[in-house]
Unconditional design. Structure first.
Length: 149
C-alpha cells in the first residue's frame, strides 16, 4: 500500500448540500426553510435571550448596588494574640517569619497587625500596617514597631 492508495472510509464523506438549486435537487424552491414565517426569511430568527415579547430576564432583574473600588488595597489581618502564641520574646515579626511559621501563605503579601487579644512578650514588628490598639499593646509589652508602618 502506498500513500496514493489511501482513501476515506466509504460513507464517511458527504457532498455539500447545495440548497435552492431547483426542484430536481430535492432542496429547491424554499431551500429547506418551509413556507412563510420569520425563519423562512433572510436575516430572520430570534436573538439569544428573546422570550417571545415578554420582558427578558436580564431586564427584569435589578442592577446591583454599589461599586468596586479599583484602588482598594487588601491587607492580611494578624492579631497580637496570634503573635503571642507563635513567637518567642525578642524575635522579629515580618513577612518571612510569618510565612515560616505558617501564619500567611506569601511573604510579600501586605500585612496588618490588629489588636485583638493580649501580648506579654517583647517583639520587633516590621510589617506594612499596625492598628493603634496593637501598637500600644506591643509597646506596653516592651516591643517596638518599626517603619514602614
Amino acid at each position: 500500500m502506498e500513500l496514493k492508495d489511501l482513501q476515506p472510509v466509504k460513507g464517511s464523506r458527504k457532498p455539500r448540500k447545495r440548497v435552492g438549486r431547483g426542484n430536481g435537487s430535492g432542496i429547491g424552491k424554499t431551500a429547506g426553510r418551509g413556507f412563510n414565517g420569520q425563519m423562512s426569511r433572510a436575516g430572520g430568527g430570534k436573538k439569544p435571550g428573546f422570550e417571545g415579547g415578554q420582558t427578558p430576564l436580564a431586564r427584569r432583574l435589578p442592577k446591583l448596588p454599589g461599586f468596586k473600588n479599583i484602588n482598594h488595597v487588601e491587607y492580611i489581618p494578624v492579631n497580637v494574640s496570634r503573635l503571642q502564641a507563635c513567637y518567642k520574646a525578642g524575635e522579629t515579626v515580618d513577612g518571612a517569619t510569618l510565612k515560616e511559621k505558617g501564619i500567611i501563605k506569601h511573604e510579600d503579601a501586605l500585612i496588618k497587625v490588629l489588636g485583638d487579644g493580649e501580648i506579654k512578650i517583647a517583639l520587633t514588628v516590621k510589617v506594612d500596617k499596625v492598628s493603634a490598639s496593637a501598637r500600644t499593646k506591643i509597646e506596653a509589652a516592651g516591643g517596638k514597631v518599626e517603619l514602614p508602618c
